[in-house]
Design a protein around this ligand. Structure first.
Ligand code: B1M
Length: 214
């Protein structure tokens, strides 16, 4: 198979054998790290999602795909451009309660920290009370919530209400596959005491916080 077809196959097959050699080859021909992630690797993940939905993959196989994706992102991260500037602002980041998906969240962490933001990553399945406690402790400028399940979008609205009740109104950045701008602008914003920003992907998230920090 040609390189462009091999790259998504690593993700679909959930295999790491040969992955870094092929990522290296893609970098050497001039592909940019983030374009490799957003292009062939995300295409592979979309196919994994389709096959899983179609009952052609089981959870254990999807987990292997996630491992391959994480290995690819970890390798590519070292080739990403990093800004030398000191911390522009601090962002607290978490996947919401009930949700274990963290590849997108971790991509947000990489992209923001490479671009001069200090990121505190609270991990997955983070309940509102932990968000509130961490906001009080870390005093971040922004709070970022990720979630991929339909129920995670609902959970974001619940978390937003709890944050508001705790008096937290820093800009809230939200993203994830099951979320829409409309849901963020209406349902989540209705529950929150501060601005709610919907990011369609990690780069868009960076643009949004950059605009606020300038
Ligand atoms: Co799950 N899963 N999964 N899964 N999984 C999805 C999300 C699903 C759409 C697959 C499908 O059915 N087609 C489906 C959700 C259905 C729904 O509710 N709509 C699903 C399901 C059902 C489940 C389980 C319930 C399966 C089960 O157990 N029966 C279970 C849920 C467990 C739980 O959370 N409680 C489950 C489990 C898993 C694994 C553990 C096996 C694994 C996750 C491993 C891990 O993350 N460590 C997994 C995976 C890998 C997927 C798919 C295939 C890929 C997700 C991914 O990593 N994409 C996914 C299908 C799909 O999305 N195609 C699927 C790559 C990643 C870079 O993209 O996270 O979307 P993403 O991030 C994007 C944007 O969304 C955005 O930026 C990123 C791009 O730059 N973004 C943000 C995300 N967060 C952001 C935050 C921001 C800004 C932008 O600011 C704060």
């Amino acid at each position: 198979l040609p390189l462009d077809e091999r790259l998504p196959r690593y993700i679909v097959d959930g295999t790491k054998a040969g992955l870094t050699d092929d990522l290296k080859a893609a970098l050497e021909r001039g592909d940019r790290p983030l374009d490799i992630i957003n292009g062939p690797l995300m295409a592979g993940m979309a196919e994994v999602g389709r096959l899983f939905n179609d009952n052609q993959l089981i959870v254990a196989e999807v987990l292997q795909s996630a491992e391959a994706m994480k290995a690819a992102v970890a390798y590519l991260e070292s080739f990403m451009e990093k800004s030398e500037s000191h911390a522009k602002a601090k962002l607290l980041l978490a996947t919401v309660k009930g949700d274990v998906h963290d590849i997108g969240k971790n991509l947000v962490e990489i992209i923001l920290s490479n671009n001069g933001f200090e990121v505190v990553n609270l991990g997955i399945k983070v309940p509102p009370e932990v968000l509130i406690e961490a906001c009080r402790r870390e005093k971040p400028d922004y709070l970022g919530l990720s979630g991929l399940l339909v129920k995670s979008a609902q959970q974001m609205a619940v978390s937003a209400a709890d944050l508001k009740a705790a008096g937290i109104d820093i800009p809230l950045l939200v993203g994830g596959a099951a979320l829409s701008k409309k849901f963020a602008d209406t349902r989540i914003a209705a529950e929150y005491g501060g601005p709610v920003l919907y990011a369609k992907d990690a780069m868009n998230g960076l643009d949004l916080v950059n605009q606020l920090s300038d």
